[in-house]
Design a protein around this ligand. Structure first.
Ligand code: DP6
Length: 417
């Protein structure tokens, strides 16, 4: 091992789309058929952390994910990202400064941990590729801004490009064949509308049989509805939701978010063969939010919550602080959640963890199920324990963070700690 250790550790957040990305016009470069928009969630519970190190003694690029070594396939998504970052290191740093260490010629070791419950079907590829990209950018001292870095994260997983920013983020589809204008931009920072909350309901389900990448291309090939969505619906919604975010207009934000989730699942259903990502629990969570909104509208003239579902049965319910208690109690009334594990001590044991966070100091952190006044109990059925496995409370959060040496995930030898 050389005397100097070239290493960087960063963490990156999860994002949940309000306007969904579904379909590629170029599968190699990962260029989408429509623009999309998401909210970045805080990294308190859900995040990916990545340490990367370059060393002349390393003999090949190696990657460990949640403690297990993964193959870096030649020409695969991971390989594309790493190669592009090395190329940028050479062009932007080493070719300009003859004294800069030739990190682009060294092999890399990369160690990454997700505290996103992948087992529960929550996507970790977005935070994972965002953490990888920012960690390599920091290691290589690349003079690039988050939009420029989002171009590389995009090559790992489309939705990952949106995790390069905190707050409210758009992925502009772009029009150039080389993809150089298909990147993420900040619509508004977290601080512009810090009240936004997400109640993530982890729904039990079999592992999904159609992954996003395969599913969306089947939709592109077979769904006539997708063409209508791309041309006539998404452009309008992108404008309308950006305006709603800028004005902090929760009613408009909620209406568009729910409509777009529903249309995404409609184009999945319009695919041949049809794709079903939501299950009966998901549909009952929709009924819960719809009925809650009816009550809110009647009482205050405003909506209280918005559901959205990705390529799986989990619900993400966007809401505002004053509704967190009522929504959590409603979810627990209809879907009793099993007790959380006693403790989580290390990065590794945090994988697969979900919990109800302590937003109820008065109830000692253990909220119980409760109906809201005026809520029509018959609108959905009461489920047995475990239909919803966990409820995770998040706030809108910041973008990737560069961490100190103490956060390194690597031993002196360059393997996972
Ligand atoms: C439903 O980004 O996972 O979550 O680009 O093939 O890696 P690839 O797909 P991915 O798809 C995400 C789809 C979605 C909607 C969204 O996040 O916008």
């Amino acid at each position: 091992m050389s005397a100097t250790v070239y290493e960087a550790t960063t963490s990156a957040p999860v994002n949940i789309a309000c306007i969904k990305y579904w379909g590629k016009r170029d599968t190699k470069l990962i260029l989408p058929t429509n623009s999309s928009l998401s909210v970045t969630l805080d990294q308190d519970l859900l995040r990916s952390t990545t340490t990367s190190r370059a060393d002349p003694s390393f003999t090949k690029d190696r990657l460990w994910l949640n403690g297990k070594e993964e193959e870096i396939k030649d020409g695969g998504r991971m390989d594309n990202c790493i190669k592009e970052m090395k190329r940028l290191r050479k062009v932007l740093v080493e070719d300009k400064d003859p004294n800069a260490p030739k990190l682009s010629e060294m092999k890399l070791h990369i160690v990454s941990f997700n505290t996103v419950p992948t087992a529960a079907g929550l996507a970790s590829s977005a935070s994972g590729f965002a953490a990888l990209t920012t960690s390599l950018a920091s290691l290589f001292a690349l003079p690039l801004n988050p939009s420029e870095l989002s171009l590389i994260a995009r090559r790992g997983s489309g939705s990952a490009c949106r995790s390069l920013f905190g707050g409210y983020v758009a992925w502009e589809m772009g029009s150039k064949p080389d993809g150089s204008d298909s990147l993420a931009i900040e619509v508004a920072p977290r601080a512009h509308w810090p009240e936004m909350r997400a109640v993530v309901c982890v729904v039990s389900g079999e592992k999904k049989d159609v992954g996003s990448s395969v599913g969306m291309q089947l939709t592109v090939e077979t769904s006539p509805l997708l063409q209508h969505r791309i041309k006539h619906v998404v452009p309008m919604r992108m404008q309308a939701i950006s305006k709603a975010i800028k004005a902090r207009d929760f009613d408009a934000f909620a209406k568009i978010t729910m409509a777009d989730s529903n249309q995404f699942h409609a184009v999945a259903l319009d695919t041949t063969p049809p794709i079903f990502y939501m299950n009966d629990v998901s549909r009952n969570l929709i009924a819960l939010v719809e009925e809650y909104n009816r009550v809110c509208l009647q009482k205050t003239g405003h909506l209280g919550a918005a559901y959205t579902f990705d390529a799986g049965p989990n619900a993400v319910i966007y809401t505002l602080p004053e509704h967190m208690k009522a929504i959590t109690e409603l979810v627990l009334y209809y879907f009793p959640v099993p007790p959380a594990p006693e403790e989580r001590t290390s990065q590794a044991s945090a994988v697969g963890f979900y919990d109800v966070l302590n937003i109820f100091p008065e109830a000692n952190g253990k909220p119980t199920g409760k109906l809201v006044e005026g809520f029509n109990e018959e609108k959905l059925k009461k489920w047995g324990t475990g239909a919803v496995k966990g409820v995770i409370h998040c706030k809108v959060g910041d973008g990737p963070k560069i961490l100190g040496k103490e956060a390194s995930l690597m031993t002196a030898e360059g393997t996972p700690k």
